[in-house]
Design a protein around this ligand. Structure first.
Ligand code: NAP
Length: 418
């Protein structure tokens, strides 16, 4: 299932660079799938949940847990899992492992331990029906002479969108749709949002104390949360195609914004920097040849641009909004590059711009059981704020989990506020 963009492509480790075309390609750092362990946790949960379900749901839960193994590796394509069942026995399993590689359906068919003729396939997403980087999965299913395909959710990609179902039915294959549909859609919320809105899914992430501070009055934020929460946040980086910070965070923290784990995929790093002030000696610029770094600016300073480009950075000119980078236009440009998701990691000034402009889809708030105080200590959102509590941004589908001594509270931004 290919996303129809001319954008980003993932190439082998060590070939990490930008070209200067409008259709920019990013060569991403990638590492062995075998070392991944974090994606197996939600997968395991789904698998265990399967014990309370009927047969169809059980197989779909297994397919979902397989799909989870692709998290972070398949974007901007969806995560997909597939299970083949014959006479009540599972005879094949597969998932979409990596962008550009075989789809889940073909991997499941290839893994089959016996003839799949007459078997049923459980697959989390509608099988694709068009040529992208891979041939259509509908062809593989038809050739394999499966009897039935049970699908979790439809594929809103205009190149598929019901055609996969039609083709299968026209070849006499029974199709059932909507088993664990909610779970299957939730699995691919970045993909669904991107393909439907043509804009990246934006997650806002921050760490704060219980008294709502994200740094001390002196601007020190290392470290508000403990190791377990930070490791979880590094996996969030892996799960998004891009990470973004404001220039003050670079000045004060000198972050590197990678996953700090060679088994995870580093996101494209984006710094919002109106005047191209990012120091050439910053860790971000110094590592720009290994992990893509994009500087979004309103500056026309050719000398600064030249120095940054010679250091391996890509400089992206964005129209100004009040002298600053227009974050709405920036988000649109990032989407055109084939980037389906952005993790905005602060600081509070940049985060407020995203909130104020209605760009945030999801919030991850890491909360440390610490009191920091300080009238002028920074908070996760700066800016002018909303005028009354009724005007605030509301979250829905909220959940909270413990991470060592800290907590992660997350939720979707309610679409229609108020
Ligand atoms: N606890 C946490 O989770 C966390 C995370 C990140 C940062 N922090 C802390 O936050 C502090 C920095 O936060 P901050 O609020 O001072 O700065 P920031 O959000 O990191 O950067 C803000 C700067 O970005 C530039 N910018 C360009 N266009 C913008 C736009 N449309 N909207 C907003 N900013 C735009 C502006 O500088 P120019 O005009 O020069 O371009 C602006 O002053 C640091 O102390 C850091 O340690 C904490």
């Amino acid at each position: 299932m290919q996303v129809p963009t001319g954008g980003i492509a993932h190439e082998p480790k060590g070939t990490n660079r930008w070209n200067s075309d409008a259709d920019s390609k990013v060569w991403m750092e990638e590492a062995s799938l075998k070392k991944l362990w974090m994606p197996w946790i939600p997968g395991l949960f789904l698998f265990l949940r399967g014990f309370c379900m009927d047969g169809k749901e059980k197989y779909m839960a297994l397919a979902l847990s397989l799909a989870e193994r692709g998290r972070g590796w398949t974007s901007p394509n969806p995560m997909v899992g597939a299970v083949i069942v014959k006479d009540g026995r599972i005879i094949g399993e597969g998932w979409h492992e990596k962008y550009g590689e075989k789809h889940a359906e073909r991997n499941a068919l290839d893994s089959a331990t016996e003839s799949v003729e007459g078997a049923t396939m459980y697959v989390t997403l509608e099988p694709c029906s068009h040529y992208g980087k891979q041939p259509p999965c509908t062809d593989a299913i038809i050739e394999a002479r499966l009897k039935k395909v049970v699908v979790g959710s439809g594929d809103p990609n205009p190149l598929v969108n019901g055609r996969g179902f039609e083709i299968l039915k026209n070849h006499g294959i029974e199709v059932e749709y909507g088993v664990l549909e909610g779970e299957c859609k939730a699995l691919n919320k970045h993909f669904f949002h991107y393909i439907t809105n043509k804009k990246p899914y934006v997650s806002l992430k921050y760490a704060m104390t219980v008294d709502g501070k994200s740094a001390t009055e002196e601007g020190v934020s290392k470290w508000i949360t403990g190791e377990e929460a930070r490791r979880d946040a590094h996996f969030l980086r892996h799960s998004h195609m891009a990470i973004m910070v404001g220039i003050n965070t670079v000045r004060l923290d000198d972050p590197v914004l990678t996953c700090h784990d060679p088994a995870l995929r580093d996101p494209v790093r984006i710094v919002v920097d109106s005047n191209l002030d990012i120091p050439l000696s910053s860790k971000l610029v110094e590592s720009a040849r290994e992990v893509p770094l994009l500087i979004a600016t309103v500056s026309n300073d050719e000398e600064k641009r030249g120095k940054l480009e010679s250091s391996g950075c890509k400089v992206l000119s964005i129209p100004s909004s009040g002298g600053k980078v227009d974050v709405v236009r920036l988000t649109g440009e990032i989407g055109k590059m084939g980037i389906d998701s952005i993790l905005v990691e602060g600081g509070g000034t940049l985060s407020w711009s995203f909130v104020e402009n209605g760009l945030v889809d999801h919030v991850y708030a890491y909360i440390a059981p610490t009191l920091l105080g300080g009238r002028n200590a920074l908070t996760p959102l700066m800016g002018k704020g909303f005028p009354s509590p009724d005007d605030g941004l509301f979250l829905e589908n909220t959940s909270i989990k413990a991470l060592g001594r800290d907590y992660l509270l997350e939720g979707d931004v309610k679409c229609s506020q108020g």
